[in-house]
Design a protein. Structure first.
Length: 225
């Protein structure tokens, strides 16, 4: 019975890792669609979001079945409840990729990103994708050391988000209100995408230690559970 239960937990973990790969690819392709004004690729991202939603539903169903059949306590209960929360965060990350793709479609056949902001947007997207790539390895290996790195990666996204906002409110902005709104939304999408990745990492730390980290990442190893 215990072996079966552990196998089902392992399958849930594997599905969570699968979701991280899906949302990373979705955001990568959404960014390409945004910068290249690629309507077809934007459509692909939006369609793929439905697949991410399906995996999330499968994880939810599996976790609820485990709760009902096994009535877990202590660490096992913590693992299942946290898996539900992680799946919700990853599903939201998929939604954010779809939001980027929708902006790309809305401004087609032009790119929504002014030429001088292309490098900033690309850097922001790459930093956000680095967060979710590490998130997958954190989930797979319950790696607290790797989880610490995500806080620093998220700081990069936050800095780029602030840089973007300063450009938008500067007197030198010449593109008008509509592009400013687009860029404000896009910056927020990337920033929130990375934030959800950090939330996932913190929840993995909670699974391992029994304590949700509130202290600086360097102190996470000191948490006891």
């Amino acid at each position: 019975m215990r072996a079966t239960f552990q196998a089902e937990l392992d399958r849930v973990r594997d599905q969570l890792v699968t979701m991280t790969g899906q949302v990373e690819l979705a955001m990568s392709r959404a960014t390409t669609a945004l910068l290249d004004a690629d309507y077809t690729l934007a459509d692909w991202v939006i369609d793929t979001d439905r697949e991410i939603d399906t995996v999330k539903t499968e994880i939810d169903d599996a976790c609820f079945q485990l709760l009902a059949r096994q009535q877990p306590v202590a660490t096992d209960l913590r693992v299942i409840v946290t898996a539900l929360s992680i799946a919700a965060d990853l599903e939201r990350m998929g939604d954010l990729g779809a939001h980027v793709a929708k902006v790309a479609k809305m401004r087609f056949p032009e790119s929504a990103v002014p030429p001088e902001l292309r490098a900033t947007v690309l850097e922001m997207a790459e930093a956000a994708q680095a967060v979710v790539a590490k998130t997958g390895s954190v989930i797979a290996g319950q790696d607290i050391e790797r989880a610490k790195e995500l806080e620093a990666d998220d700081d990069i996204v936050d800095r780029l988000h602030k840089d973007l906002f300063r450009i938008l409110i500067a007197e030198t902005w010449v593109y008008g209100v509509e592009p400013a709104i687009d860029m404000t939304l896009l910056g927020r999408y990337y920033e929130r995408f990375a934030d959800h990745g950090v939330r996932v990492a913190r929840q993995v730390v909670y699974v391992v230690t029994g304590v949700m980290p509130t202290r600086p990442p360097a102190e996470w190893n000191d948490e006891q559970g």
